[in-house]
Design a protein around this ligand. Structure first.
Ligand code: PGA
Length: 250
């Protein structure tokens, strides 16, 4: 079975609700290959309004983060049941900005994965190395360690519910992209890790997205790689024309 093709947009902390609604409405008027899942990861304040818009079935919504506890005295946090209660299907976990600015560790992300899966949210689990790690040639070990430490004792059937996003930190928001060959090399390694730990059915099923300065000019070459199943797109997902062009790059 061919893996799902996914174009996910990570809006980060951008747009007001009316601006976000406009982007999604305009996107909904575009013509896309319906076999591509379009997952808009908007700020939490936007999700309910966006999810109530009349849209093609392949436009889905995700949160950018959630807490590992489901409820309680955690001021400012958002729990999985809250996302579930407004029909949200996806959640980004472990984005490098969360790891860096909010000290999210592999261990904490393991707890978040557990909670998301328990609430039928599809995690878009981010991994990726810094420039220093890449310059030291240690990127593959680094990324596999991130996955190992967060996946913990999750079962293969649970891993099969996850979407992995490989996002080299040096390529995020910098305009510098991994070459298609660099992306393929890492994606292939991630898939081989999945194969050795969870078997071929899981390895061949889990979508692995590339993220880091994906734009219309480079999406086609990156998406054409054997083990690249789509993209997690930041800046270029905020403009309808560029995101639509990326969605149509498969
Ligand atoms: P970028 O962001 O496309 O703006 O580089 C990607 C991301 O951080 O998910």
């Amino acid at each position: 079975m061919r893996r799902k093709k996914i174009a996910a947009g990570n809006w980060k902390m951008n747009t007001t609700v009316p601006e976000g609604v406009k982007i999604v409405q305009d996107l909904g008027e575009g013509s896309f290959d319906i076999s591509v899942d379009i997952v808009i990861c908007a700020p939490a304040t936007h999700l309910d309004a966006l999810n109530q818009l009349e849209l093609p079935k392949n436009i889905l919504f995700g949160a950018q983060n959630m807490y590992h506890e489901t409820h309680g005295a955690y001021t400012g946090e958002i729990g999985a049941p809250m996302l579930q209660s407004i029909g949200i299907t996806h959640v980004i976990l472990g984005h490098s900005e969360r790891r860096e600015y909010f000290n999210e560790s592999n261990e904490m992300l393991g707890k978040k994965l557990r909670t998301a899966l328990d609430h039928e949210l599809i995690p878009i689990f981010c991994c990726g190395e810094s420039l220093a790690v890449r310059n030291a040639g240690a990127q593959n070990n680094h990324v596999i360690r991130q996955l190992k430490e967060s996946f913990g004792d999750l079962e293969g059937s649970e891993i099969a519910e996850i979407i992995i996003a490989y996002e080299p930190i040096w390529a995020i928001g910098t305009g510098e992209t991994a070459t298609p060959e660099q992306a393929q090399e890492m994606h292939c390694d991630i898939r081989e890790f999945l194969r050795s730990e969870y078997g071929s059915d899981v390895a061949d099923y889990v979508p692995i997205l590339y993220g880091g300065s994906v734009k219309p000019a480079n999406a086609k070459d990156i998406f054409a790689q054997e083990d690249v199943d789509g993209g997690l797109v930041g800046g270029a997902s905020l403009k309808v024309d560029s995101f639509a062009a990326i969605v149509n790059s498969f």
